[in-house]
Design a protein around this ligand. Sequence first.
Ligand SMILES: [Zn+2]
Length: 250
Amino acid sequence: MTGLFGLLESVASSDKHRRIEVDGLSFEWTLTRCRRRSVGMLFQEGAIRVRAPRWVSIGEIEEIIRSKRRWLIARHREWLTHQDQRLEPTDDWRDGSVIQFLGQPCTLRLSADQKQATWVAQTAEVWLTLPNHASPEQVRDSVHAWLQQQAKEILAERLETLAQRAGAEFSRFSLSNAKTRWGSCTQDGHIRLNWRLIHFSLPVIDYVVAHELAHLRAMDHSPAFWQEVQQILPGFEEGQREIRKAPLYA
Ligand SMILES: [Zn+2]
C-alpha cells in the first residue's frame, strides 16, 4: 500500500504538517494534492495522510476527516497498541519515550542531576544521567548500556537458578549481541544469551535459558531434547510462543 501511495505521490505536490482535533485527540495530518477525483485517506504512523484534488478546500477536507471519526479513533487505538508492544522506539529517543523492560512498558526520563541510571519500579520509569537536550543517539546509547547491565545481572541469575534446578553445569556465560539468535550453547558448555532478552518477561527469558541448558545434554532438537526442556521448565510453551512472535532486529 505504501509503495503504491509513493508512486501516486510522484505526480503530486505535498505540503506542510497540519493538526486537527477529533474527539479531544489532536492528530497530525498532511495533504498531497493530486489528480484524483475523490479525497483519499490513510492512517500511517500515528498521522493522517490525505490525497485530494485541487478543487477541494482545506475546510472541506477537515470536515471529511471529522466525518470519519469512528474509523480514525479505531485506527488510532490500533496504532497505540502496536506502539505499546514495541521493544524500543525506532528513532524517537527522548524523555517520555517508552521501552519494554522485563515485559512491561517503561518510560524514559532524562535528568542531569542523576548520579547513575536508576529504575523506579513503582512508576515504571528509568532515569538516565542525561540532560534534557541530549541527542536521540545519546539517549539510545545510554538506554542500551543500562539494559546491558541489567541483562548481565538478571540473565546470569536466571541461568544459575535454572542450572541448579536441572543439575546441569555450564562452563561459561556471556552476553551476545547476535542479530539472528536469542541464545546458543557450544559443545564445551559455553552459553551465550542475547542481551535484548531483557525486553521480555521472565517466563520468556526462562524459556530461552532452559532451551540452552537442555542443549548441554542434547545438541539437537530431538524429542529427548524437548523432554529435557520440559523437565527444566514445566510449562515452557508459553514463553516459547511469545519469543517466536518477536522478530530480532539490529
Ligand atoms: Zn536449540
